[in-house]
Write a protein that binds this ligand. Structure first.
Ligand code: ZN
Length: 450
């Protein structure tokens, strides 16, 4: 099946030279269909499609946001749209050009040719592709960053920002190299059926990354310290106990060195579970609102949303790997990419293109599910605090401070919204109050105020 194109591509490792047995495309196709069907069933069954039965109030930004707040949010999001869309398009264009035309092979050939051992060739390929794709996105990220700075959302100096970019490039490279070495080891050892080992490996890797990320990667970007003893710490730990969610510690992240955004999350499992709050939250928000934000995070912990998301993601990765096997063993696509076989390091450009397209398709589905899970955590926060009044104020404050898009169009909503919009969350809070016979919070703005 090896589609030898040019005689001049010189030194090709022995394993790439052998035509080898035909790859088991039928087995991989069946596995892909079965795993995708399983994924669809798991998503359909486990997603809380109706987090608050009986809710149906329409979202209306004008009820709680002043015209000035709405105008500022609109202006910010309009300014952020061009770099966001252009960056997305440029990123896709570059990986598709590299992966689906001989351009990638032509660029990678000179890198791999002088290297004799295949692991070194893979490292070379990974470095070139990671740097190229990062460079393609960089101008648009710089552009977005200037918008964030202009609107006061970013507090980071350019030096720190570029250091962050380098750190994340380093993390990406380490992950790529580990994945590529693993895949190519399997391709060489099991040329017919490497999809089975790679699918299992994909599952394990996603699970390991999800558990390892807070411990290994987050400390590269932020430092954390225990919240000092005081009424807030005591309240938060007491609320977690009342909720039946064991929490080992409350940590504060030094997010203010980078952003003015407000956030909190719960990470870890069992006794290593900890509540993390951004320091930006502590300096700007009243205690009742911080408690509500943490109550939302406890909702995630109580329902094991992280574990659930990890397992669904891991299943998706296993299904995706079977699809990737079909792409990488397609003689036509390999020919397009200028690679001889899946064992040829130049096929990595095709792999990257296929992974990027799969992730692009998965994103809106992930957001769709995530929005329902976030709404359920909101309802948990209300069940726990029974304080819709503070909840509405907190949501308004979060949306206004973070300059969220209060009424995104359908495409933006599908592509970028992992949470319901602020007005949607507020509408659901009022529905919660009505359904639980608690006074429904009045609009925070009367319609005639500026
Ligand atoms: Zn959440």
């Amino acid at each position: 099946m090896s589609a030898r194109r040019t005689a001049g591509t010189a030194v090709v490792a022995e394993a790439e030279e052998r035509p080898g047995p035909a790859p088991d495309r039928r087995g991989a196709a069946i596995a892909a269909v079965v795993l995708c069907a399983l994924l669809v069933v798991v998503i359909l069954v486990t997603t809380p499609w109706h987090p608050l039965p009986g809710a149906g109030r329409p979202a209306d930004p004008a009820l709680d946001f002043t015209r000035a707040q709405i105008g500022r949010g609109d202006a910010f999001n309009r300014a952020l749209d061009p770099p966001a869309y252009a960056g997305l398009a440029a990123g896709l264009l570059v990986v598709l050009l590299l992966g689906l035309t001989p351009l990638g092979a032509r660029l990678l050939g000179p890198v791999t040719r002088p290297l004799r051992r295949w692991p070194l060739r893979l490292v070379g390929v990974a470095v070139v592709l990671a740097v190229l794709t990062r460079l393609a996105g960089l101008p648009f990220d710089v552009w977005s960053q200037t918008v964030l700075r202009r609107y006061g959302l970013s507090t980071e100096h350019w030096g720190g920002w570029f250091t962050d970019q380098l750190t994340s490039l380093g993390v990406t490279l380490v992950i790529w190299i580990v994945v590529l070495l693993g895949v190519h080891l399997l391709v060489r050892r099991f040329p017919r059926r490497w999809w089975a080992g790679a699918a299992a490996g994909g599952f394990v890797l996603v699970a390991a990354a999800s558990f390892g990320y807070p411990v290994l990667v987050e400390p590269l970007f932020n430092s954390f310290h225990s919240m000092p003893a005081g009424p807030l710490r005591t309240d938060l730990l007491a609320m977690a106990r009342r909720d039946g969610v064991p929490v080992g510690d409350v940590l504060v992240a030094d997010a203010s060195k980078r952003t003015t955004e407000l956030n909190a999350y719960v990470s870890g499992f069992g006794s290593t579970r900890r509540i993390v709050v951004y320091d930006t939250l502590l300096t700007s928000e009243p205690r009742a609102e911080i408690e509500l934000i943490v109550a939302h995070e406890l909702g995630h912990a109580k329902r094991d949303d992280v574990l659930h998301g990890t397992l669904v993601g891991a299943l998706g990765a296993a299904a995706g790997v079977c699809v990737l096997f079909l792409v990488l063993t397609s003689p036509r696509l390999l020919r397009r990419a200028g690679a001889d076989s899946p064992a040829d390091p130049r096929s990595v450009a095709l792999l990257l293109a296929a992974v990027t397209v799969l992730l692009q398709v998965a994103g809106p589905v992930e957001n769709l599910v995530s929005r329902r899970i976030e709404a359920r955590a909101d309802m948990h926060a209300l069940d726990l605090t029974r304080d819709p009044e503070t909840y509405v104020r907190m949501q308004r404050s979060l949306s206004a401070r973070n300059l969220d898009d209060l009424s995104p169009n359908g495409l933006e909503y599908a592509l970028w919204n992992s949470h319901p919009t602020g007005p949607q969350r507020i509408a659901m809070g009022r529905d919660w109050a009505r359904l639980h016979h608690v006074p429904v919070p009045a609009p925070l703005v009367n319609s005639t105020s500026p």
